[in-house]
Design a protein around this ligand. Structure first.
Ligand code: DX5
Ligand code: ZN
Length: 234
């Protein structure tokens, strides 16, 4: 695969010092992952538009918004208009995923489709051209610090197959460590969100490079064995 991308999740950062936390990963993080929760789609509440607007002014790192909210068809476009680099919403919560994806793309951001562990990719395969990112959740969303669910690995492989030659990112989120990133990379993921394993480390930038190296080694060593996971994207 191309160079694996590592997106540290700010959910595991100090919310009172977000600009400082972003600065700690500058140069190592590819993008910043920004988790939006609404006490409805998930049993937790985090950040929203006002915080995103402030953070965009405080960092030059692109921001990847992960909306764990009800009614994303109503709220997602505003995150793209504010300047997020990508806006990912959940398939389970959207009633008009194609329209929402097109609106996000028209606003200049990458639209992303997120799937909870129990949600299959198959009903969404025909929609993939409307998206630039598929997020396979490797935990039940809502909280950081949970263990990676190996049950999601077969779906990661099927999403990789469905993506084929398209330049769509296959992102995983939840329980990503130097151990689990190996299995996710071998299954075909190429964008890795990591919260606790980055901001819980003494040096978050070093932790990011460790994750990236583990993902690269995982796929380089398996040449010819992991099938679609190793297909170079066009
Ligand atoms: C949880 C969030 C994740 C979270 C992952 O629902 O979507 O982005 O930060 O945290 P870790 O990496 O600790 O599992
Ligand atoms: Zn997330």
């Amino acid at each position: 695969m191309e160079r694996p991308l590592v997106f540290p999740s700010l959910l595991a950062a100090d919310f009172a010092r977000l600009a400082d936390e972003a600065a700690r990963v500058e140069g190592a993080a590819d993008w910043l992952h920004f988790d939006v929760m609404d006490y409805a789609f998930v049993p937790n509440l985090t950040m929203g538009m006002p915080v995103l607007e402030s953070l965009l002014k405080a960092t030059s790192i692109p921001i990847d918004c992960h909306l764990m909210i009800e009614d994303p068809d109503r709220w997602a476009p505003s995150y793209a208009e504010a300047g997020a680099g990508s806006v990912t919403f959940h398939a389970e919560a959207s009633r008009a995923p194609l329209r929402t994806a097109r609106t996000i793309r028209a606003a200049g951001a990458r639209p992303g489709l997120a799937l909870n562990p129990a949600t299959p990719i198959e009903p969404y395969v025909d929609l993939l051209p409307a998206f630039d990112l598929v997020l396979v959740m490797t935990i039940e969303p809502g909280f950081g610090g949970q263990a990676f669910l190996d049950e999601t690995l077969p779906k990661i492989r099927r999403v990789r197959e469905a993506i084929g030659d398209r330049a769509i990112w296959l992102q995983v989120d939840g329980g990503v460590t130097e151990d689990t990133i190996v299995r996710a990379a071998q299954a075909g993921a190429d964008v890795f969100v990591a919260g606790s394993s980055v901001f819980g480390a003494a040096d978050p930038a070093v932790a990011i490079e460790g994750l990236r190296a583990a993902a690269m080694t995982a796929t380089a060593g398996a040449a010819g064995a992991a099938g679609p996971a190793l297909t170079t994207r066009g």
